[in-house]
Design a protein around this ligand. Sequence first.
Ligand code: NAD
Length: 275
Amino acid sequence: MIQMKITDRKKIALLSSRNPKSEAVSKELWSKLKEANFILTPKNPDVVISIGGDGMLLSAFHKYESILDHVRFVGIHTGHLGFYTDYRDFEVDKLIENLKLDKGAKVSYPILNIKVKMMDGRQVTARALNEVTIKRLSRTMVADIHINHVPFERFRGDGISVSTPTGSTAYNKSLGGAVLHPTIEALQIAEVASLNNRVYRTLGSSIVVPKKDKIVIEPKHDDRYSISVDNRTFVYDNIDRIEYQLDSSKINFLASPSHTSFWNRVKDAFIGEVE
Ligand code: NAD
């Protein structure tokens, strides 16, 4: 059997948010990683380190989404606790030690794939780590929602969010959606201010859809819609339908002793200390 020579020199990309604290951590990390013989490069890295908060990790995900299958992410948070960030700003040395010992272990979570199909036949695809939210810009959005080929309901309201399991604690939670453990391979539909009265009716609660089921949303008016994919928003004006499904790729995080348990994160972020 031919044995591949595995180089120990990992390629690492650093991405930092533009605030003095994150930039200072980035500088420290840069010189310590160099000293430890890692290759620092933004091109085709093995590991991407994002320094900032969850928003920075979302940006790092989108910057490297074309190489998801062979890149791993790790986040350092320089503010309060984040959901995608395992290390605190004072734990740079600990991260470097873990990178030196690292043998490629990863923790993987599902991501969302959308296809926006236009009336003229064009198609735009995107991937989201948290969620995709559609809203009509001018007036009440009216849209048909199909789940696994079942014409489920006609929605009227501000918009609809479809989130990943890791995104369930983000916008989805503010919309009254359930918190999903990130290893559950499912998508969640949450309504943004639906109109519910004697004439118009939607389910009203959020819906958790399994991996095999496709969600389709068909806006009923030829109008301008905003489509927010995590932290970026796009505007389209001739959408025929949007198809949502779990992507065939996942996001990989560096598995390390510092990978905080999901339930601890949820508790720290939303509950705090209980007597
Ligand atoms: P931002 O800076 O306004 O961040 C929003 C907050 O969401 C931050 O506190 C961040 O830590 C938190 N967050 C992000 N991802 C999270 C996750 N998976 N679980 C728990 N909290 C999470 O905006 P941004 O940095 O550009 O991030 C965009 C994200 O913000 C969107 O993907 C959306 O989920 C979220 N958002 C939330 C609301 C809301 O709750 N009302 C509104 C808009 C956007």
